[in-house]
Design a protein around this ligand. Structure first.
Ligand code: SAM
Ligand code: SF4
Length: 339
């Protein structure tokens, strides 16, 4: 049965945060100190994640699961979770292109320790990986992530390719006055290393609250900067994917841009989210959550959980209102929601 929201959007993609913890402290995401971590007992177990994922995939025909965090690789035994999720099957009767198959499994990571798990994750059934990289300058990397880990992240990208992930995508948040002078350098990196760089407009989900509209570098600016050096042509129709994509006219690959602020794609959004402590959210910017952990641990049946998921999806709003006066910042930062 499809999970359809009040605006007729069919939910196909579930983002699962496996931890709120992280080995980095990116300035646009976390404060340097003072994060309060969830106690272990309040984090979904692998069995609980598997149970909820099964409801989404096998009952509601969700065909994409993305594992995120916090930093998903800091959670132990991730290949075990991936193997459990790879055993799920999208119903054969589904209209999904993956009907009868396992869901598409992807992971977003900062890459610093990815080499240690790349092969195991691949063998367990992980299909795709996105690695975050906002700068190629060591000093700046230290400033942006508060960790001197550029070399290991670059190695993590190579490890992802060696393990057979294809394509490997790079996520680069662009913040004006911080790394916007590196847009072309990051594009060059993508062309040379054969990875697709996806530039992300800076969103008001930083724990420190320093986000301002002026700090957002727009999709138009990003594309213009790259196009001036490497001519681009837009690839038609993004569908429900958040990134608009362009290809280099010389055939050297693609870029993507996620224009959350300047060209919101809410009308095509097919995503919902589960936080590490089992709170179900129907939008990154939602201010309401549905407590699936409490329900599950209170003895709810799969039917009860499915009913709560449907009730929640029934409240999915048309779109965020970041550019409007009535926008309310979510109380959680990106790392606490699961980006
Ligand atoms: N730790 C992993 C990582 O950094 O890739 C996964 C979780 S992280 C929250 C997911 C993505 O959200 C990353 O690509 C990160 O750059 C992005 N992100 C975090 N805070 C953001 C913000 N305020 N605006 C835009 N993107 C942000
Ligand atoms: Fe950690 Fe990812 Fe947030 Fe950076 S963006 S602090 S790596 S969760």
């Amino acid at each position: 049965m499809d999970l359809v929201d009040p605006f007729g959007r069919t939910i196909r993609d579930l983002r699962i945060s496996v931890t709120d913890r992280c080995n980095f402290r990116c300035t646009y995401c976390m404060p340097e100190e003072g994060m309060k971590w969830l106690p272990r007992s309040e984090v979904l177990t692998f069995e609980e994640i598997e149970r909820l994922a099964a409801i989404f995939v096998e009952r509601f025909e969700v065909d994409g699961l993305r594992l995120t965090g916090g930093e998903p690789t800091v959670r132990a035994h991730m290949p075990v979770l991936v193997a459990k999720l790879a055993a799920l099957r999208v119903p054969a009767s589904s209209s999904s292109p993956l009907a009868g198959c396992k869901p598409d499994l992807s992971l977003t990571t900062n890459g610093a320790t990815f080499r240690l798990v790349a092969h195991e994750l691949r063998d367990a059934g992980l299909d795709r990986v996105n690695i975050s990289l906002d700068t190629l300058q060591r000093e700046r990397f230290l400033q942006m992530t508060r960790r001197d880990e550029l070399v290991r992240v670059l190695d993590g990208i190579e490890a992802a390719k060696e393990a057979g992930f294809n394509p490997v995508k790079i996520n680069a948040v662009v913040e004006r006055g911080v790394n916007d002078d590196e847009i072309v350098a990051l594009a060059t990196f993508g062309r040379e290393r054969n990875v697709e760089v996806r530039f992300i407009e800076f969103m008001p989900l930083d724990a420190s609250g320093h986000w301002m509209n002026d700090k957002v570098v727009s999709q138009d600016e990003i594309v213009a900067a790259i196009n001036a050096v490497y001519p681009l042509e837009q690839v038609a129709a993004r569908g429900s994917a958040p990134a608009d994509r362009w290809r280099y006219t010389d055939g050297a690959g693609m870029i993507g841009v996620i224009p959350t602020i300047t060209k919101p794609f809410c009308g095509d959004c097919d995503r919902v989210r589960l936080t590490a402590e089992g709170q179900f959210r129907t939008c990154l910017f939602a201010t309401t959550e549905f407590d699936l952990l409490k329900l599950m641990r209170g003895g709810a049946s799969d039917d009860d959980l499915a009913a709560e998921i449907q009730r929640a999806v029934g409240t999915k709003w048309a779109g965020h209102q970041i550019n409007q006066v009535n926008f309310i910042r979510p109380a959680r930062s990106m790392s606490q929601i699961g980006g």
